[in-house]
Design a protein around this ligand. Sequence first.
Ligand SMILES: Cc1cc2nc3c(=O)[nH]c(=O)nc-3n(C[C@H](O)[C@H](O)[C@H](O)COP(=O)(O)OP(=O)(O)OC[C@H]3O[C@@H](n4cnc5c(N)ncnc54)[C@H](O)[C@@H]3O)c2cc1C
Length: 444
Amino acid sequence: MAGLTAARELERTGVGVTVLEARQRPGGRILNHVFDDGVTVEVGGQWVGPTQNHVLGLIDELGLETFPSYDHGDYIVSIEGHVKRFSGDTFGLPPHVLLEAAVAQKRLERMAASVPLDQPWTAAKAPAWDGQTFESWLRGNLRLERTRQFFRLVTTAIFSAEASQLSLLHFLFYCRSGGMLDRLLGTAGGAQERRVVGGTQQVADALATDLRTMVRYDEPVRSISQGSAGCEVRTDAKTYDADGVVVAIPQHLIGAVHFDPPLPPRRRQLIQSVPMGAVIKCIARYDRPFWREEDLAGFAASLDHPVSLVFDNSPPDAACGLLLGFIEGGHARRASLLTTEARRELVVGCFIDLIGPRATDVVDYVDLDWAAEPWTGGCYGGHLGPGVWTQLGPELRRPFERVSWAGTETATEWNGYIDGAVASGLRAAHEQLSEPPGVQPSDP
Ligand SMILES: Cc1cc2nc3c(=O)[nH]c(=O)nc-3n(C[C@H](O)[C@H](O)[C@H](O)COP(=O)(O)OP(=O)(O)OC[C@H]3O[C@@H](n4cnc5c(N)ncnc54)[C@H](O)[C@@H]3O)c2cc1C
């Protein structure tokens, strides 16, 4: 999405562009799957929501439509082996846990509000916040283990990484980047509010089709050389000459591209320091959304199961019922070792526990382990551990001569989301058009 958006924006200003894509399809981390009955689901990024104006504008421009995610009826939570229904935004937590969680949320959001999105390393308390993991903060600041568990679930839900893997500063940056926790976690009014009719991959397909120049598929970029005369970009098949290059891939994959002259040392260090989270997105198809007949929204959150979040992902006409489950963080790394059959059994077992015995009657099933995708290496996005923002943060968007960096990991708003990817593509395109390219952020 970042690369295609950058290409489209450059084309609009009359610049000739070639898009080199390693896969045989557009979309990267967004991907549709079509079940045998013709129903389309997304096995990658899918939801869009309020304030995601870049992607919402693009959807509109491309003539695509969205529909609201199903959000009626009770929710389910599983804590300490007890599965129960709840309504509202209490997550079914007991009052004393809820109180501690609410106070912690307020405190975290006050801290997050002081993190400058374009330069998180300049926050007044950046050294202290970047010197600890979010897990250390939870242990040092929360009294109840259940509240900590709740925030751990929130963390894997948002980052598909464990609280022990993120710096506190990164957690705070990301909260602010996505409009704070309620917006990140919410359905109505939040990041999970809407879906694209026909699947989100249509946005990427339409962008790729719209480009005047063909996107060149199956052409992984192997090397980028640059000098005063311009750039040379090599794939296995061809060498392309260019005045400039936008690199729009996950940070860790930049390390697999050979640069001549080599990347500056701090840029090399940064790409070693932005690992991807781990997630397996799992979807089971049923004859109909049977949970709706029981006044259930199809949403479940569990502190006890490897599938920690479940959503109703049925098509807008409810022609069939689709339950979507996420296996995230440490659970995903363990489930990655299973065969698809064993994983299906595990996932359906969780659906039965959480949504009810009728979840046995699966008609079809699909899942995708994003860590196993060589041109992605994990999802939803890259995250920064302790010390990275404060020591290497300014390198993230600093252009390297004629090379600009895009991708959702470089976004200031909605970092990690499709919207952030689109915004980053626009920024990188304008950087290429400016002379000299880009803004050089100050060192920490
Ligand atoms: C399971 C899952 C669920 C998600 N849910 C949501 C959601 O509901 N809403 C949301 O907003 N976001 C969601 N996301 C995140 C969202 O999908 C991403 O933030 C966004 O798609 C990233 O776009 P991008 O262009 O930055 O990167 P990518 O999509 O990773 O694009 C990079 C492209 O570069 C290609 N590439 C890699 N290396 C090379 C190379 N050497 N040469 C040439 N090409 C190369 C890749 O094939 C890929 O096409 C989800 C992601 C996943 C995986």
